[in-house]
Design a binder for this molecule. Structure first.
Ligand code: ADP
Ligand code: ZN
Ligand code: ZN
Length: 818
C-alpha cells in the first residue's frame, strides 16, 4: 500500500499538502518531524509532518519528499493542536502559525549553487570581463555560491552576470538546502593520551625543562584540572598560563596536548551562585496565595489584582517554586522582554540555572537552543520567561502559566499573522496541559475583570503596597488656566516645576511621561499654514531636533530640516505639539545641573540599550528619566518619588473604544513607579480637563468605578466584552479600487445578517507606505456563533477572490482587534 504524509508548509496556504513516502522513509517518520519537500516549479521548503496515512490526494499527484530532516520530532502533538486552534480562531493558515512559531533557523533555506555547463563550449571572446572571471573560476572550482561570485567580481548585484551566463548556457543553477542552525562548538584541551602513565609524564616534564614557556602551559593545565575538576577550555588555559595561542598550538602539534570540542549553548545563566530562598510573604500576600490555590482546585484561570508594588511577583515566585518542585515546567509571560532585565535578575536569584529566557532580540541560533532545551525538558529549561512568542515553545510538561501585566495590549500581535492575543492563546495552551493559569495586574483589562466577576475566572486581590507604603499622592493640574494666565514655562506648570525642584533637592529621582517621541509632531509655516507631509503616508512628519530631521513614524522616511517653507518660501516655521525630545531639552535648560535621560523608541534601538538606561537610573547616575509608555511596564526603582504626566489629554482623546480604559491603566501604572519604598510618592498629572471622570478615577484609585462605567458604555455601544469584534482591513495602492472593493465586501457582510457591520472607513492615517487602508468592523453578539460568522466571512471572501477587478486588494483579519 502506498504511504502518504500530510505536511504544513511555512506559507499562507489554506490546505495541508500531501506527499508520498517510501516504506523505508515511513518507518523513520513521525508526526512533528521536518521534511524537505519540493513545491511549485523549483522551490524546496521545510515542511512539518502532521499526519501519516494511506489516502492518495484526489486533486493532484503526490510528489515524493526530498529528505527527512529530523531523527526525532521537534514539534509536539500539543503544539499542533494549539496551532490549529490559533489558525481557526484568528482566521489565518496553519502555515502562517508554523512560520512564526518555529525559530527561523529551523526552516531550512535553499541556496542557489552555480555549476559550469560541461556540455557547451563557449567562445570566451564574447564574454564581458566580469562574466569571464566567473567562467574562469568555474573551470577550477566546479561549484560556486552566490557569495563566492560576489567576491570574485567584487560586486553586490551579480544577477546580470548570471543572466548573461545562463543565456549563453555557460552555467547551470542548482538548489541546495542546508540547515541554518549551527551548534556552537567550544574548544577544550587535555593532556595527550600517551601521558596517562606516570613514567611517560615524568619524561615529558623533564624534557620540558628546556622549554619554560611550554612547561608553564602544562603546569597550568594541571593546576586548572586540580582546582576546577571540569573540562578545561583552551581559552582558560591561555589566560591561566599567560602564554600565547602559538605555544599551546605547538604542544598540540607535538601531541603533548590534545584538543577536542564540546557543543555549548550560546546563552547560559550562571548557576554557580547560591540561590536565595523565596521571601517570607506578608499577611496579604499569604491570603492572596491561599485564595489562588483554592481557586486552582476548580477553576483553570485565576486573576490576581494587586495594586502596584503590592508584591505580586513574590506570590508568583511561590507558585513557580511549587510547580518546579512537582517536576513540571512553568511559563512566565511578560508584555515585553526587552525591558524586563530587572525581573530576570530578580528571578535568577531564586531559580538560577533552571531559567531559560526566550527573547525576540536573541539571534536565530540562540532561539534554537532554547527550543531544544524546552523540548527535551532539560534542567535549564524549567522556568521559561518570555514575551508572547514563548507561547510557541515545545513544552514537555507545563504545570503553570503566569501572565504578568495581563492588561497590556502588546500581548496582542498586530502584524503579521497570526494576530493572536498571547493571554487568550496561553489560556488555551494551559487547557491542553491541564496547567494552572494566573493572570496578574494592578489594572486588569475590562475583559478579565469581567470574567472574574461572572465567576468564569477565580479572583484574588491585594490592596496594600508591600511594607504598607501609601499609594502615591496624586494631584491634577489644570494647564488650561495656567496657559491662560501665562504661568506655563515651556510645557511645565509651576506646580510640576516646584515638585521637581523639591525632589532633586532631596536627592531623589523623577520620572516624566509623555507618550510621543521626537521633538514635535508637526512643523507648520505660520505664513501659509503648510506643514511637511510624508510622501508615502498621509501623515505629518515629526520633527527630531537632535538629528535635525523630519521623520515619518509610519514608514521611516526622513528629510533634512527645511530652512524655509517648501510651499511659500517664508522662514517662519513653528512647531505644534511636543514629544519626549522637547521635554528633555526643556529640562536641560530649567535644571542645568540635573542629569536627564530619555527612554523611547529612538534611544533604545540597540540590543542592550534599554538595560543601559535602566541600569544607570537604578544606580542613580541619572536624576530625571523622560519617556514614553515604555516607562510603565513593571519597573521597580527605589528612589523615585515624583512622577509627572506631561499631558493626559492626548491619551483620553485617542479614537478607540478602549481609550478610557487604557488611559486609566497607563496613568495608574506610571504613577505606580513613584514611592515604592518607605516614603509616599507624589504624582502630578497635567491636563486641560481636570474634571474628566477617568482622571478622577485614576487619582482616587477607583478601579471598580472605572470598570462599571466602562462596562456600561460597552453594553450601550456594543463593544467587547459584550460583543466580539473582528476588524477586516483592506489595502491597495489605488484609491478607487480600494473604495469599491471594501464597499462590496461590507455590503455582502450586511446582507448576511445578524451581525453589526461598521464601515468601511478610512483610519486617521489613511495611507501608509503608498497603500490606502480601509477598515470594516464587525460586532458579533455573544448569542451568535463566532464559528459560523467566521465561516460566512470566508465564504464572502471566496466570492470576492473570484471577482477580477478586485484582484490585488489585500484583506487582513484581526479577530478580537485591539
Ligand atoms: P508588584 O509586582 O506587585 O508591583 P513587587 O513584587 O515588585 O510588586 O514588590 C514590590 C517591592 O516589594 C519589591 O521591591 C519587592 O522586593 C518587595 N517585596 C514584595 N514582597 C516582599 C516580601 N514578602 N518580603 C520582602 N520584600 C518584598
Ligand atoms: Zn509657508
Ligand atoms: Zn511615511
Amino acid at each position: 500500500m502506498e504511504i502518504f504524509i500530510n505536511v504544513i508548509l511555512p506559507i499562507p496556504l489554506e490546505k495541508q499538502f500531501t506527499y508520498c513516502v517510501s516504506e523505508y522513509e515511513a518507518a523513520l517518520l513521525k508526526v512533528g518531524m521536518r521534511v524537505a519537500v519540493p513545491f511549485g516549479k523549483s522551490k524546496i521548503y521545510t515542511a512539518l509532518v502532521v499526519e501519516i496515512h494511506n489516502r492518495p490526494p484526489l486533486a493532484y499527484e503526490a510528489k515524493t519528499i526530498h529528505n527527512i530532516l529530523d531523527e526525532h520530532p521537534i514539534v509536539t502533538s500539543n503544539q499542533l493542536k494549539h496551532w490549529q486552534w490559533i489558525a481557526d480562531y484568528y482566521m489565518c493558515t496553519q502555515g502562517e502559525v508554523f512560520r512564526s512559531a518555529i525559530p527561523s533557523a529551523l526552516l531550512l533555506e535553499s541556496e542557489t549553487l552555480i555549476l559550469p555547463n560541461k556540455d557547451v563550449i563557449i567562445d570566451e571572446d564574447q564574454l564581458k570581463d566580469d562574466d569571464f572571471l566567473v567562467y574562469e573560476a568555474l573551470k577550477y572550482q566546479n561549484i560556486l555560491r552566490v557569495n563566492d561570485i560576489m567576491e570574485i567580481v567584487d560586486k553586490k548585484n551579480i544577477l546580470p552576470i548570471l543572466n548573461r551566463l545562463l543565456q549563453l548556457k555557460a552555467i547551470v543553477l542548482k538548489e541546495e538546502i542546508h540547515e541554518q542552525y549551527k551548534p556552537k562548538m567550544v574548544r577544550y584541551v587535555r593532556l595527550g593520551k600517551k601521558y596517562n602513565s606516570e613514567p611517560e609524564l615524568e619524561k615529558l616534564l623533564s624534557s620540558l625543562t628546556r622549554a619554560p614557556k611550554q612547561s608553564q602551559v602544562v603546569l597550568s593545565l594541571f593546576h586548572l584540572q586540580a582546582t576546577k575538576k571540569k573540562p578545561i577550555k583552551l581559552h582558560e588555559l591561555e589566560i591561566d598560563s599567560k602564554s600565547s595561542r602559538a605555544v599551546i598550538r605547538a604542544l598540540i602539534n607535538k601531541e603533548v596536548l590534545e584538543e577536542y570540542f564540546i557543543q555549548t549553548d550560546r546563552v547560559a545563566f550562571n548557576g554557580s551562585k547560591a540561590l536565595e530562598p523565596p521571601k517570607k510573604l506578608n499577611e496579604y500576600q499569604v491570603k492572596a496565595l491561599d485564595i489562588i490555590k483554592q481557586n486552582f482546585k476548580n477553576k483553570k484561570v485565576t486573576l490576581l489584582k494587586g495594586v502596584t508594588s503590592s508584591g505580586k511577583t513574590e506570590v508568583y515566585v511561590k507558585l513557580i517554586a511549587e510547580c518546579l518542585s512537582e517536576g513540571k515546567q512553568a511559563l512566565y509571560l511578560v508584555p515585553e522582554i526587552a525591558i524586563t532585565t530587572q525581573l530576570i535578575s530578580r528571578l535568577l536569584e531564586y531559580f538560577g540555572s533552571t531559567i531559560s529566557v526566550f527573547h525576540s532580540k536573541y539571534n536565530m541560533h540562540e532561539k534554537v537552543e532554547v527550543w531544544k532545551n524546552v523540548l527535551n525538558n532539560r534542567p535549564k529549561a524549567q522556568l521559561i520567561i518570555g514575551a508572547r512568542s514563548a507561547l510557541f515553545l515545545p513544552f514537555a510538561d507545563l504545570g503553570l502559566i503566569i501572565i504578568d501585566e495581563e492588561h497590556e495590549t502588546s500581548f496582542k500581535q498586530y502584524d503579521p499573522a497570526p494576530r493572536y492575543h498571547a493571554r487568550d492563546a496561553a489560556i488555551v495552551l494551559g487547557g491542553l496541559f491541564n496547567s494552572k493559569v494566573l493572570l496578574g495586574s494592578a489594572t486588569p483589562s475590562i475583559e478579565s475583570y469581567n470574567n472574574a466577576q461572572t465567576g468564569k475566572y477565580g479572583y484574588a486581590q491585594i490592596d496594600r503596597r508591600f511594607g504598607n507604603v501609601l499609594m502615591p499622592d496624586m494631584e491634577l493640574v489644570d494647564i488650561k488656566s495656567q496657559y491662560r494666565k501665562k504661568r506655563m514655562k515651556g510645557h511645565f506648570s509651576e506646580r510640576l516645576l516646584e515638585e521637581i525642584t523639591e525632589t532633586l533637592k532631596l536627592g531623589e529621582q523623577v520620572i516624566l511621561f509623555q507618550n510621543r517621541r521626537g521633538y514635535a509632531p508637526i512643523l507648520e509655516c505660520t505664513t501659509c499654514g503648510h506643514s511637511p507631509q510624508c510622501p508615502n503616508c498621509d501623515v505629518s512628519l515629526t520633527y527630531h531636533k537632535q538629528r535635525n530631521q523630519l521623520r515619518c513614524h509610519y514608514c521611516g522616511h526622513s528629510i533634512a530640516f527645511p530652512n524655509s517653507c517648501h510651499a511659500c518660501g517664508s522662514n517662519t516655521l513653528d512647531t505644534k505639539g511636543f514629544g519626549t525630545e522637547q521635554v528633555e531639552q526643556e529640562l536641560n535648560s530649567f535644571f542645568p545641573s540635573a542629569k536627564v535621560a530619555r527612554m523611547d523608541l529612538d534611544t533604545t534601538r540597540g540590543k542592550h540599550a534599554y538595560a543601559k538606561i535602566i541600569h544607570s537610573f537604578e544606580n542613580q547616575e541619572t536624576d530625571i528619566l523622560v519617556g514614553t509608555q515604555m516607562l510603565t511596564k513593571g519597573l521597580d526603582f527605589r528612589n523615585v518619588n515624583l512622577v509627572g504626566i506631561m499631558n493626559a489629554d492626548a491619551l483620553l482623546n485617542f479614537p478607540d473604544f478602549r481609550a478610557h480604559e487604557r488611559t486609566y491603566q497607563l496613568l495608574t501604572q506610571v504613577a505606580g513607579r513613584a514611592g515604592r519604598t518607605k516614603k509616599r510618592g507624589k504624582v502630578i498629572i497635567q491636563t486641560f480637563n481636570p474634571y474628566h471622570q477617568i482622571l478622577k478615577q485614576v487619582t482616587t484609585g477607583d478601579y471598580t468605578g472605572m470598570f462599571e462605567e466602562q462596562l456600561y458604555e460597552r453594553e450601550l455601544y456594543k463593544y467587547p466584552p459584550v460583543t466580539r469584534i473582528i476588524r477586516i482591513s483592506f489595502k491597495h495602492k489605488e484609491y478607487n479600487k480600494l473604495n469599491e472593493a471594501s464597499a462590496w465586501f461590507a455590503q455582502s457582510l450586511k446582507n448576511a445578517g445578524k451581525i453589526q457591520v461598521l464601515g468601511p472607513e478610512f483610519p486617521s492615517v489613511a495611507r501608509i507606505r503608498n497603500q490606502y487602508l480601509k477598515h470594516v468592523m464587525i460586532k458579533i453578539p455573544k448569542s451568535v456563533s463566532l464559528q459560523k460568522t467566521k465561516k460566512s466571512i470566508k465564504r464572502i471572501q471566496n466570492s470576492f477572490d473570484a471577482i477580477a477587478k478586485f484582484k490585488g486588494v489585500r484583506i487582513i483579519y484581526n479577530v478580537d482587534y485591539m
